[in-house]
Design a protein around this ligand. Structure first.
Ligand code: NAG
Ligand code: NAG
Ligand code: NAG
Ligand code: NAG
Ligand code: NAG
Ligand code: NAG
Ligand code: NAG
Ligand code: NAG
Ligand code: NAG
Ligand code: NAG
Ligand code: NAG
Ligand code: NAG
Length: 523
C-alpha cells in the first residue's frame, strides 16, 4: 500500500456514477474529472498492528449474497424507498478515490501536501488497570486536511444531499455540509509515527463541571509523555493499549472513582482528548448516539441524510436530563459512547456529546472496516473489546430498535459475558415515529429475564430507576415483545415454518442493517 491512502468511505456504484455525472466541467476542474474517481473492488487491508491474535470473528454469514438474490422483492415489500437508494443497492460497495486520487483530483502537488500540517484525530480513550498499572487504549487517525475551495466542496457535498442543492440550504446548514465534506476528503497518513503524546491530570469536573453532567475526581498524578509502539496502519489509523506510569495516580483496584487525564498529541493543533482511567469495578453505560441521544431518523433515508449531513445535531427530547441525573447521582458511573459512524466525522459527534451529555470515552468505526460484512460486525468487535477490557464491571447498554446490529449484539453479550450485562435499554423508535418502517428482531431477548431489559418510548420512562441497585425495568412501560421479527411491513406475519416469509423477513432485517450502514457509508 502506498503511504498516502485514504478512505474506507464506500459508495455504491450508482452513487459513484452520480458523483461522476454531477461533477461539472470535467476538463476544467480536475476535482470533477470522473476518470479520476476510480471505483475499486472492496478489500480489507489487514492491519499492520496485531493486538488480538486469538480474536475469533463471529457471525460469518454471507448475508449479502442472500441479499442480492431478492433485492427487488424486498424493495417492493418495503415500498416507498427513494429511488436513489433503490438504484444504489448492490451487494457490494465500491470505494472512494484513494488518498493519491484525492490528492490529484484536488491538483495538489507532493510539495503542497508536504506543506500541510499533520492533524491527529485523538479519540477519547479508556484505560484499564492491570498488574503492570494503567493501560490506555490510544486510538484515532493521522491525516492532512487539504484546503479546498467552496465551489468544489459544494459539488462534492451535493452528492450527499439527494433532492437538495447545498446552495438552497440556510447558511448554517451550508457550513455544516461543507465541514463534513471536508472531513471526508482528507489525506490519511499511513505508516507514520504518531508524535509524542503528553498526559497530565484533568481538572475535576465535579457536580457543576460539564454542561452535560459528569463525575470523576481530579487525578492525583499521571503527568508524562508516551510514544506509541507502532506506526499507523495503511489508512492512517492507530489503536493500541499503552501501559503508562502511575506517577501518583490511584490504583484501579483500590478506588471506584474515574480519573481523567488530558492527552495532547505534540504538534497537532486539534489533537487533544481526555483519557478516562476506569477502575476494575463499577458500572459502565455503553450508549449508541443516533436516534437515542440525537435526532437522526436514520430509518427515513432522506431525512437521515439531511439530519446527518447538513443540520445541527439536536438532542432527542430530554435524554440529556436523564444522563445528567445518572451522572450526578452516581458520580462513579463511566460513560462510553459507541457508535458505528465513520471515524472521520467523529469530531462532530464528540463536540455534540461533550456539550450535551456527560463526558466519556468514545468508539467509532475504524477505517479498516471497509467491506459490507466487516461494517455489519464492527459494533460487536468494539463491544467485545470493551467487555474484555473490563471483565469485572457491569454494563448498561443503550440504543434503539432501528439498529439491527444492536438487536442481535446486545442480548448476545448477556450470553457471551455472563453476569456483566446489568441492563439493556432500547428506545422503540416505531412507537414515537411512524416514519420508522423497518422491522426489528426481538428473538435475542427470549432467554433474558424481563428485569434485565426494557423497550421504552420516551426518556421519562427511564426516570426514578434505582440503577445503582440494578433496577432496569419500569413496570409502567408496557412491553410487547414477541421474540421474533416485529414491525414487519404491510402486515406480514412472522411464520417461522414458512420459508418464503422467513426469507423475506430476514431480507427485511438485512435491508434495515444495510440501509443504516449505507447512510453511514455516505457520510
Ligand atoms: C483494523 O485495525 C485494528 C487496529 O487498528 C485491528 O485491531 C483490526 O483487527 C483491524 N480490522 C480488520 C478488519 O483488519
Ligand atoms: C492493587 O494492585 C497493586 C498492583 O498490582 C497491588 O500492589 C495492590 O496490593 C493491589 N491492591 C489491592 C487492595 O488488592
Ligand atoms: C466558504 O464556506 C465557509 C463555510 O460554509 C464560509 O464560512 C465561508 O465564508 C465561505 N467562503 C467564501 C469565500 O464564500
Ligand atoms: C468541522 O467542525 C468541527 C467542529 O467545529 C471542527 O473541529 C473541525 O475542524 C471542522 N472540520 C473541518 C474540516 O473544517
Ligand atoms: C518513529 O519512531 C521510531 C521509534 O520511536 C524511531 O526509531 C523512528 O526514527 C521514528 N521515525 C520517524 C520517521 O520519526
Ligand atoms: C491542547 O492541549 C495543550 C496542552 O495541554 C494546550 O496547550 C492546548 O491549548 C490545547 N489545545 C486546545 C485546542 O484546547
Ligand atoms: C485490560 O485490557 C486488555 C485489553 O483489552 C485485556 O487484555 C486485559 O485482560 C485487561 N486487564 C484486566 C486486568 O482486566
Ligand atoms: C413498539 O411500538 C410499536 C408502536 O407503538 C408497537 O406496535 C410495538 O409492539 C412496540 N414494540 C415493542 C418491542 O414493545
Ligand atoms: C416509569 O415511567 C413513567 C412514565 O414515563 C414515569 O413517570 C416514572 O417516573 C418511571 N419510573 C418508575 C420507577 O416508575
Ligand atoms: C436520578 O438518578 C438516581 C440514581 O439512579 C435515581 O435514584 C433517581 O430516581 C433519579 N431521578 C430521576 C428524576 O430520574
Ligand atoms: C405487538 O407486536 C405485534 C408484532 O409486531 C403487533 O402485531 C401488535 O400490533 C403489537 N401490539 C401492540 C398493542 O402494539
Ligand atoms: C405457517 O406456514 C406454514 C407453511 O406455509 C403453514 O402450513 C402454516 O399454517 C402457517 N402458520 C400460520 C400460523 O400462519
Amino acid at each position: 500500500m502506498a503511504s498516502l491512502t485514504s478512505r474506507s468511505l464506500l459508495l455504491p456504484a450508482a452513487l459513484l456514477s452520480v458523483l461522476a455525472a454531477a461533477s461539472p466541467a470535467p476538463t476544467a476542474n480536475p476535482a470533477a474529472n470522473p476518470e479520476r474517481v476510480l471505483p475499486r473492488q472492496p478489500e480489507i487491508t489487514p492491519s499492520v498492528v496485531q493486538y488480538y491474535p486469538d480474536r475469533t470473528v463471529r457471525h460469518k454469514r454471507d448475508i449479502f449474497s442472500d441479499f442480492k438474490s431478492d433485492v427487488n422483492g424486498i424493495l417492493s415489500e418495503l415500498g416507498n424507498v427513494p429511488s436513489y437508494v433503490a438504484s444504489g443497492i448492490e451487494p457490494y460497495f465500491l470505494g472512494f478515490p484513494t488518498g493519491t486520487a484525492v490528492q490529484s483530483s484536488l491538483s495538489l502537488s507532493n510539495s503542497d501536501v508536504d506543506a500541510l500540517p499533520t492533524q491527529v484525530l485523538n479519540i477519547d480513550p479508556y484505560a484499564n488497570y492491570t498488574d503492570q498499572g494503567w493501560n490506555v487504549r490510544f486510538h484515532g487517525n493521522v491525516y492532512k486536511q487539504p484546503v479546498v475551495d467552496n465551489s468544489t466542496l459544494d459539488d462534492l457535498a451535493n452528492v450527499f444531499l439527494p433532492n437538495v442543492d447545498i446552495k438552497n440550504l440556510p447558511p448554517s446548514e451550508q457550513d455544516q455540509a461543507r465541514n463534513l465534506t471536508a472531513s471526508i476528503f482528507v489525506l490519511q497518513q499511513g505508516d507514520v509515527n504518531v508524535s509524542t503524546i503528553h498526559l497530565e491530570p484533568a481538572p475535576n469536573q465535579g457536580s457543576s463541571g460539564e454542561s452535560g453532567g459528569g463525575g470523576a475526581v481530579t487525578a492525583t498524578g499521571g503527568t508524562q509523555d508516551v510514544q506509541l509502539p507502532y506506526k499507523t496502519t495503511a489508512e492512517g489509523d492507530f489503536d493500541v493499549f499503552v501501559p503508562i506510569d502511575s506517577n501518583g495516580l490511584m490504583n484501579g483496584n483500590e478506588t471506584q472513582s474515574i480519573q481523567r487525564l488530558n492527552t495532547h498529541v505534540e504538534g497537532a493543533t486539534i489533537g487533544n482528548s481526555t483519557a478516562y482511567l476506569v477502575p476494575n469495578e463499577g458500572i459502565t453505560i455503553i450508549s449508541d448516539i443516533d436516534d437515542i441521544l440525537r435526532v437522526t431518523k436514520i430509518y427515513e433515508p432522506e431525512k437521515g441524510l439531511l439530519n446527518s449531513f447538513a443540520r445541527a445535531f439536536r438532542p432527542w427530547m430530554n435524554m440529556p436530563d436523564i444522563y445528567a441525573n445518572l451522572s450526578m447521582s452516581l458520580p462513579d458511573l463511566h460513560f462510553h459512547y459507541l457508535t458505528t459512524t465513520p471515524e472521520q466525522i467523529t469530531r462532530n459527534y464528540m463536540q455534540f456529546i461533550y456539550s450535551t451529555y456527560p463526558g466519556g470515552s468514545f468508539d467509532t468505526r475504524p477505517l479498516n472496516f471497509t467491506n459490507a460484512k466487516e461494517t455489519l460486525h464492527v459494533r460487536k468487535y468494539l463491544l467485545d473489546k470493551v467487555f474484555q477490557t473490563f471483565p469485572n464491571r457491569k454494563f448498561i447498554l443503550v440504543a434503539d430498535t432501528s439498529n439491527s446490529d444492536v438487536m442481535i449484539d446486545y442480548p448476545q453479550l448477556a450470553t457471551d459475558y455472563p453476569g456483566q450485562v446489568q441492563c439493556i435499554w432500547l428506545r422503540n423508535t416505531s412507537s414515537t415515529d411512524p416514519g420508522d418502517r423497518f422491522p426489528y428482531d426481538t428473538s435475542g431477548f427470549k432467554n433474558l429475564k424481563q428485569e434485565m431489559y426494557m423497550f421504552f418510548n420516551v426518556p421519562d420512562d427511564l426516570t426514578n430507576l434505582d440503577v445503582k441497585n440494578g433496577q432496569c425495568f419500569n413496570s409502567s412501560v408496557k412491553q410487547n415483545v414477541t421474540f421474533s421479527y416485529q414491525g414487519l411491513p404491510f402486515g406480514l406475519s412472522n411464520n417461522k415454518s414458512s420459508a418464503v416469509v422467513s426469507a423475506r423477513t430476514q431480507l427485511g432485517l438485512i435491508f434495515a442493517a444495510f440501509l443504516g450502514s449505507l447512510v453511514w457509508n455516505l457520510l
